[in-house]
Design a protein around this ligand. Structure first.
Ligand SMILES: CC(C)(COP(=O)(O)OP(=O)(O)OC[C@H]1O[C@@H](n2cnc3c(N)ncnc32)[C@H](O)[C@@H]1OP(=O)(O)O)[C@@H](O)C(=O)NCCC(=O)NCCS
Length: 403
């Protein structure tokens, strides 16, 4: 590979390979925890994931209770304030959020421009970055200013996703409807018509379940950025860049692509066997925390997928997903994670494939902002250390003597 001047980039790779590396033993106390597995990096009171029994709590409340009785807005209130709202608090909060949904014309223009050059997750990350700068009064040191920013970004995010979608499909823009709940309004802006009650509930439940998940990679990235006392917008942008990867939020799109590639029930076994023989990761399977008991969110998403398939009178995707899950379990003893069933569910709700990861971000912004606020409230710069394993005490060779 060459640069414009004909410089061969591979020549730098050769140089890198020639570096002598340290080979020896380090003291036990200098053990490296690859991928930070099992390392406690902070105290947090936002959510607790117990992988041994497949349990998840938001602010101490079991996700099963929240899934059965709550809405996305109620959960956002809980995550940000540590308390479930009273009916009047929830009503006022919903009205306030809904009133923030509209986005300035300038942001639409920027997103329209970006949609011609960038993939959705990159375009939306850039648009959120612009949106987040649009608040000169922001002051990270004041809790109310942080909450205002969190509301502003959470309320507007679905508007950006829906706008991008309709713009890229050449459709007319649909303005947010403040009379609708957060999830229902998102589907309304995407499709230009109100969803059925089942679709609205499926969207709300999915958003609620995806709102928060402790110290996952993108949340950690957000907290690292916040720990430098950078602003909330910068922290969200870091989180979005991190979420995009296929080992994290990008897995939902990868899982749906795989289901479409497999296509038929007969093709499930040969496809998975081929992929595993080629040492490929099966996207939507495995989880660092839920290795033992499986992902606590999966049963809800799977049930909703079933109900949506029943509404459509077509169970193909449901059966295909279950068949894949069965084969992966037989071959690798890996559980499906939330991304695996969320992907076909979102497909049934008419969310285009390339918007699945932006959708994840649109839900997780609730948890990211809660964590960023928790970080600011009790901040210490996050600055870990690395074990140096490179060359040591090398002589400096003057340039005219190097070969
Ligand atoms: C999520 C994930 C990154 C967790 O990784 P981790 O905790 O670091 O686990 P490891 O990468 O060390 O994997 C442990 C073993 O399981 C295997 N494994 C884990 N997930 C796998 C998958 N999805 N497909 C195939 N093998 C998998 C690894 O190959 C490894 O096997 P080995 O010990 O024989 O090499 C991993 O399960 C994965 O890549 N999943 C697919 C991506 C995904 O769905 N991400 C969304 C997570 S919500």
């Amino acid at each position: 590979m060459e640069t414009r001047t004909g410089f061969k980039v591979e020549s730098l790779l050769v140089l890198d390979n020639r570096l002598p590396m340290f080979v020896g033993e380090y003291p036990v106390e200098q053990q490296v925890h690859e991928g930070l597995e099992g390392v406690l990096v902070a105290r947090s009171a936002i959510s607790d994931v117990n992988g041994d029994i497949g349990a998840l709590q938001y602010r101490g409340i079991d996700i099963r209770e929240l899934a059965a009785h709550s809405t996305f807005e109620e959960v956002v209130y809980l995550l940000w304030t540590n308390e479930l709202p009273t009916p009047s608090q929830l009503e006022a909060f919903k009205i306030a959020l809904a009133a923030e949904r509209e986005v300035d014309a300038g942001i639409y223009e920027i997103l329209r421009f970006l949609s011609h050059y960038m993939k959705p997750m990159d375009a939306l990350r850039t648009a959120v970055s612009v949106l987040a700068s649009d608040n000169p009064g922001e002051d990270n040191t004041r809790p109310e200013s942080r909450l205002m920013k969190a509301m502003y970004l959470t309320a507007k995010f679905p508007t950006l996703v829906a706008y991008y979608c309709r713009e890229s499909q050449g459709k007319m823009w649909v303005h947010p409807d403040p009379r609708l709940g957060h999830a229902e309004n998102f589907l309304y802006m995407m499709h230009g018509k109100r969803p059925t009650p089942l679709e609205a509930r499926a969207m709300d439940l999915t958003m609620l379940l995806m709102a928060e998940h402790s110290f996952n990679a993108s949340t950690f990235a957000a907290r690292v950025t916040a720990s430098t006392l950078s602003d909330m917008g910068a922290a969200i942008t870091s989180a979005m860049g991190t979420l995009k990867g296929p080992l994290h939020g990008g897995a939902n799109q990868g899982a749906l692509e795989m289901l479409f590639e497999i296509g038929t029930l007969e093709n499930v076994e040969p496809y998975i066997d081929r992929a595993l023989a080629a040492k490929q990761r099966i996207l939507g399977f495995g989880h660092r925390i839920y290795r033992k008991a499986g992902d606590s969110r999966v049963p809800y998403i799977k049930d909703m997928l079933y109900q949506l398939c029943a509404q459509a009178g077509d169970f193909h995707l449901y059966e295909l997903a279950n068949a894949v899950a069965e084969v992966v379990w037989e071959r690798k003893r890996l559980f499906p994670n939330v991304d695996f069933y969320m992907a076909p569910l979102l497909h049934m709700l008419g969310i285009p494939m390339d918007l699945l990861t932006p959708f994840f971000a649109m839900c997780r912004i609730a948890g990211w902002t809660a964590h960023i606020m928790e970080q600011y409230a009790n901040n210490r710069l996050i600055r870990p250390n690395a074990l140096y394993v490179g060359p040591v005490e090398r002589p400096y060779i003057p340039i005219d003597q190097r070969v």
